[in-house]
Design a protein around this ligand. Structure first.
Ligand code: TRP
Ligand code: SF4
Length: 531
């Protein structure tokens, strides 16, 4: 199976097309900057049980979503599915995440990644059509509202393809190599499926920029980082903050900022209005007593370096000496990046208060950063730009396979398909691996290992639904030794059986209404079959 060559690249720890399991979720926080979901959960009005139970364990930038939810502002949720096999209980988590966000008031999108399945997995269009139908029916059966939300497939969404093309202008092969481990053997269509996914992720913002959350597994995080980057690159303007004409890295900026604070106070005492950059260099060099307070007494322009690299302090001094007599004054800066001349003119015009225009940036002295960001987005939208807000994401834990190890579509006993006969689902749960002890006696004495038990996971991730008390009861009884695996599995198996019965009934009801749906179920006709 083509995997984009990512398997050979040691530094690609998260591979969207690989089969790696995540052994240590903590690493994701440290290495990739995913934040713990715990940190935002209190800001979510009515958190989903997967959030409450830590199954959704991480996020990127979820705050704007929580804010929009609370303030009743527009926002969206979108996720996509490769139709490579039957939808199973792992996918159900993502379906539920989309549906819950839809119920909380988000514009909801569910998409079938058929171009990706065809190019990266080599499925035929006939197979793809069959699976696409199954995914859509399950999503609907679980509660997705197609009147309010959007269902689409990549291959028939012209707007997504056009957007993918535009985004492709901002992406190049070296990045694909670095992010995905692509190499000279990777086929072009696989690469195209990446820009298509980037377009999927930004598609909810085509009409109007809005916070958008993408619920995914952590393996998709490389896509999220790339999408956030591209969203930024498409922007007309970049808003930054500065104290003078030069640009500083954040830690250098902080050094300059604190020098400014001290000098401002002292200058006010002395009735001096304009502070000079050179004085700040003098201050950083020798303290407040070293400041000349004279425009004609500027420090020498020398560059300080040390063998171990330049410290933020040194860099700040270098920049400030270089700027010399230039006034030191906080300002918000708009850089023109993708902006047309017309848009730049309009922006300069629209900046309130004192401003200074340069060739490709404008400094505003009386606007804070938040106002500036808003203005930049407004001007951009008025002049044909996208104004994308970097998309947010949430990450859920992968379910353990029923046989232990990874839950995989290619190992039927490891997962429960949403299409499995209810009795088959019952049987699979009955034969699942558990976190139980060797003997009933030992179990009563020491308690079961619920934290390592795939059956307990079924309870927590699915069978308890919204009922936290029930989930907790199973857990407590297990670890307390009151619950034995035989009965526990029997209960889980029965719950699974009735879940599947109910789910499949609803699927059938939707199957009868398929013609009314705005979704193209058959694309195989007229397309080349195989891979
Ligand atoms: N690549 C995803 C997968 O392998 C599918 C996908 C396509 C997707 N477009 C997306 C997921 C947009 C989230 C958002 O399952
Ligand atoms: Fe798992 Fe239930 Fe056995 Fe506990 S009692 S180990 S939860 S099967």
């Amino acid at each position: 199976m083509p995997d984009g060559g990512a398997a050979g690249a040691d530094d690609v720890a998260l591979d969207p097309w690989g089969s790696s399991t995540v052994s240590d979720y903590r690493k994701l926080f440290e290495q990739f900057g995913i934040e713990q979901f715990d940190q935002v959960i209190d800001e979510v009005p009515n958190p989903h049980y997967l959030m409450r139970r830590g199954v959704i364990f991480g996020h990127r930038d979820y705050r704007p979503i929580a804010d929009a939810m609370r303030n009743d502002e527009p926002w969206a949720v979108l996720s996509g599915f490769m139709p490579t096999g039957d939808p199973h209980i792992g996918h159900k988590m993502v379906f539920d995440e989309i549906i819950w966000h839809q119920q909380q008031g988000g514009d909801a999108y569910g998409l079938i990644a058929d171009l990706e399945a065809h190019s990266a997995r080599g499925l035929t269009w006939d197979e793809i059509d069959e699976h696409a139908r199954d995914y859509v029916l399950s999503l609907l059966a679980l509660g997705f509202d197609p009147e309010e939300g959007d269902l689409y497939r990549q291959s028939t969404n012209r707007e997504v393809q056009d957007l993918a093309f535009e985004l492709g202008i901002e992406a190049n092969f070296s990045e694909f190599q670095a992010i995905y481990g692509f190499d000279g053997e990777t086929d072009i269509s696989h690469m195209q499926s990446v820009t298509t996914q980037m377009a999927d992720i930004l598609y909810p913002q085509l009409d109007e920029p809005k916070p958008t959350v993408i619920p995914v597994g952590p393996d998709q995080d490389p896509h999220m980082r790339f999408a956030r980057d591209l969203a930024e690159r498409m922007r007309f303007f970049k808003v930054t903050e500065a104290f003078a004409s030069f640009e500083s890295d954040p830690d250098v900026y902080d050094v300059v900022g604190s020098a400014y604070e001290t000098l401002r106070e002292e200058a006010d005492n002395r009735d001096i209005e304009t502070i000079r950059c050179g004085w700040a260099a003098q201050y950083l060099e020798g303290g407040i007593d070293a400041v000349s307070w004279e425009i004609d007494e500027m420090p020498e322009k020398k560059v300080e370096e040390s063998t171990s690299g330049t410290t933020p302090e040194q860099e700040a001094k270098n920049q400030l000496r270089e700027a010399g007599k230039e006034p030191l004054r906080p300002r918000t800066r708009f850089f023109a990046r993708q902006a047309t001349d017309e848009a730049f003119d309009a922006l300069v015009e629209a900046v309130d208060g004192e401003k200074r225009r340069y060739e490709s940036h404008v400094d505003a002295f009386e606007m804070d950063r938040v106002e500036a960001e808003e203005l930049a987005r407004e001007i951009e939208a008025d002049h044909g730009g996208y104004g994308f807000i970097p998309p947010s994401s949430i990450y859920h834990r992968f379910m353990t396979g029923l046989t232990g190890g990874k839950m995989s579509s290619s190992i039927p006993a490891s997962h429960i398909s949403l299409l499995d006969d209810p009795e088959e689902g019952y049987d699979k749960v009955r034969s699942a691996t558990t976190g139980g002890r060797e003997t009933a006696e030992e179990q009563r004495e020491k308690g079961g290992k619920a934290d390592e038990c795939p059956v307990y996971e079924l309870y927590a991730y699915l069978l308890s639904g919204d009922d936290d008390e029930f989930a907790k009861e199973v857990y407590d009884e297990c670890v307390g030794g009151e619950r034995l695996c035989g009965g526990c599995k029997e209960q889980a198996a029965e719950l699974m059986e009735s879940f599947l019965e109910d789910h499949q009934e609803k699927r059938e009801e939707w199957a009868e209404k398929m013609e009314d749906l705005d979704f193209e179920f058959d694309v195989a006709d007229g397309r080349a079959g195989g891979d």
